[in-house]
Design a protein around this ligand. Structure first.
Ligand SMILES: [Zn+2]
Length: 253
């Protein structure tokens, strides 16, 4: 128990009863941070999304199980759960749950661009595709190879103190507008609101549901690159490509 905790003993007694549900809700909170952290790593993003969706779906089940012997609770909570499930956002996530994590299912509305940012948004962007299932750094590698041949017409590698090269990408679902991690954060809050209804019913303190601990999603969408490192990376990629293209010296003529 933290020293600054303002909960009463009866709050804690109630929380102890739904401890498994609260723990799963906290776990889902952790996965949201991991989604933010791995936003530019396609596989890690999908795997953490899977973990989030699994955890968030289990929270109401754990509440229902913990309090099923309370008189009148199950019937009342069935309505709370139905309302939660009918919420368009929760229902879309829940339907996606079984197949969202398979490769390819996030493809339709996930996109990315390579360009230059002044840190307040994309300055020049180019519709250079970032494939939904590739890491943003791999997309930048492809771009570096492409401009080694075609020329750096965006000037991405030219010195400029006020801007940085970047990949901007977004993860989205077809059914719901907005960034996918923001959607997960809203789902977490709505599930928390359902827990808070239960807390109210048992006269316990409600959970805080602010997610101020998250990074702003508009910043997260940008992966920034250092120009000097990109130039070195480009030389390395070009050298490796030439090496691969050259016939093996050991091979017979
Ligand atoms: Zn947090």
């Amino acid at each position: 128990m933290r020293d600054d905790c303002e909960c009463t003993n009866s709050d804690h007694a109630f929380y102890a009863r739904i401890d498994a549900a609260l723990d799963r809700h906290q776990e889902a909170h952790w996965w949201i941070h991991k989604l933010d952290e791995h936003y530019h790593q396609a596989d890690l993003f999908r795997w953490h999304l899977n973990a989030f969706l699994k955890a968030i779906k289990e929270v109401p089940l754990l509440v229902a199980g913990a309090l099923q012997n309370e008189r009148g609770f199950s019937a009342w909570f069935r309505d709370v759960r139905a309302e939660l499930q009918d919420d368009p956002l929760m229902s879309a996530l829940s339907k996606k749950r079984d197949f969202i994590v398979h490769r390819g299912m996030l493809v339709p509305n996930s996109s990315g661009f390579v360009g230059i940012t002044e840190l307040r948004g994309m300055k020049f962007g180019m519709r250079f595709p970032v494939y939904p299932l590739e890491d943003s750094a791999d997309a930048m590698d492809r771009y570096l190879l492409a401009i080694a041949e075609a020329g750096d017409f965006l000037g991405i590698l030219q010195d400029d103190e006020d801007s940085l090269p970047c990949v901007e990408r977004t993860w989205q679902l077809e059914e719901i507008d907005g960034d996918l991690v923001d959607i997960c954060a809203r789902a977490w809050q709505r599930t928390g609101e359902a827990i808070n209804l239960v807390s109210q019913r048992f006269d316990a303190r409600e959970l805080p549901l602010g997610l101020e601990c998250r990074h702003a999603s508009d910043k997260m969408r940008f992966k920034l690159f250092d120009r000097a490192n990109l130039r070195l990376r480009q030389s390395d990629l070009v050298a490796r490509k030439l090496h691969r293209a050259r016939p093996s010296e050991a091979a017979p003529p």
